[in-house]
Design a protein around this ligand. Structure first.
Ligand code: HEM
Ligand SMILES: [Mg+2]
Length: 286
């Protein structure tokens, strides 16, 4: 902690001031330094909603981390160091996973060779933000990044038990895609979107659930989406195990499997002269 403090530019600045300025300027500088202290040094118990001028985006977790001060509260200047540190201190992600996520996100900043992005950059439609979100409207219908109660209720209709299973999470994803494709003439969902979306559907398990079973407490997930706040008040604690890319891959495979609408076992007995079997025969030979 002491070393972190010494590396902190705000502290360096305050420290410099203390060395050569008068007692009075130190007194004046301290509250300023302290106000900045939470940026990037958040805590699960400290939470402040965004104010005017603060950027927020379509990711409930990035917004949450900014609300807790793990990321800069204004949602700006998210560098690799800041993002890696935030994901580590808030959720126990290892450094390589945090770096990878940053690398994947940097395209959100339209500037070439950018070294940071903002939460506002994440709103750019069909860059990372996509249609059929669990809690946001499609860009075609309006705001694509603010929490949307109607959309989230659509999602929650498939969360039918206090303990969410991978199937329930997958069902809500599929339902959102079907509703979106049925109503949005500009519905877009590529294989890249699918990979991203699978990650997002797994994310509540990563943060709040059991990585082996894929089960997660519904109340924690709803509280998180609705308040953009870590569910500390409901008894949640950061995972003790460090989370790596391997964990994410395993979980993504679990959710991918759950999004298949095929059942595992052959339950259907197909007779030779069955109409459907005939169709499939015709397809194979055309
Ligand atoms: C560098 C870090 C991250 C970036 C840049 C990022 C970015 C995004 C973006 C752009 C979306 C919007 C996709 C859409 O249109 O639905 C999104 C959604 C989402 N993200 Fe993140 N994210 C990050 C980390 C995380 C983490 C660590 C979690 C939780 C463990 C998380 C949870 C979610 C969830 C649950 C959604 C889906 C929201 C919805 O469908 O309504 N994200 N993220
Ligand atoms: Mg979206």
């Amino acid at each position: 902690m002491a070393i972190e403090l010494l590396e902190c530019p705000v502290f360096d600045w305050t420290y410099g001031l203390m060395m050569w300025s008068s007692y009075l300027s130190v007194i004046l500088a301290l509250p300023l330094a302290f106000a900045h202290y939470h940026d990037g040094h958040g805590s699960p118990s400290h939470w402040k909603p965004p104010g005017p001028g603060d950027f927020r985006g379509p990711c409930p977790m990035m917004n949450t981390l900014a609300n807790h001060g793990f990321l800069p509260h204004d949602g700006k200047n998210l560098t690799e160091k800041t993002v890696v540190q935030a994901l580590k201190s808030a959720l126990n992600f290892n450094t390589s996973l945090g770096s990878l996520m940053f690398e994947m996100a940097i395209v959100a900043n339209p500037e070439p060779n950018a070294t940071f992005f903002t939460l506002d950059h994440l709103n750019r439609h069909n860059v990372l933000e996509h249609d059929a979100s669990l809690s946001r409207s499609d860009a075609y219908f309006g705001n694509n990044h603010i929490f949307n109660r109607t959309i989230f209720d659509e999602t929650r209709a498939y969360w039918t038990d206090p303990i969410l299973t991978p199937n329930m999470l997958a069902n809500s994803k599929l339902a959102r895609q079907i509703n979106s494709r049925a109503s949005n003439p500009q519905y877009t969902f590529t294989s890249k979107t699918e990979a991203f979306s699978i990650g997002e559907v797994s994310a509540p398990i990563v943060a709040f659930g059991n990585m082996d079973s894929g089960l997660v407490n519904r109340t924690l997930v709803e509280y998180f989406f609705e308040n953009e706040r870590l569910p500390t008040d409901l008894g949640w604690k950061k995972k003790q195990e460090v989370i790596s890319l391997d964990d994410i891959v395993k979980l993504s495979q679990m959710i991918t499997q759950a999004t298949s609408l095929l059942t595992a076992k052959e339950g259907l007995v197909v007779r030779n002269r069955d109409l459907h079997a005939g169709f499939s025969f015709a397809h194979q030979h055309s």
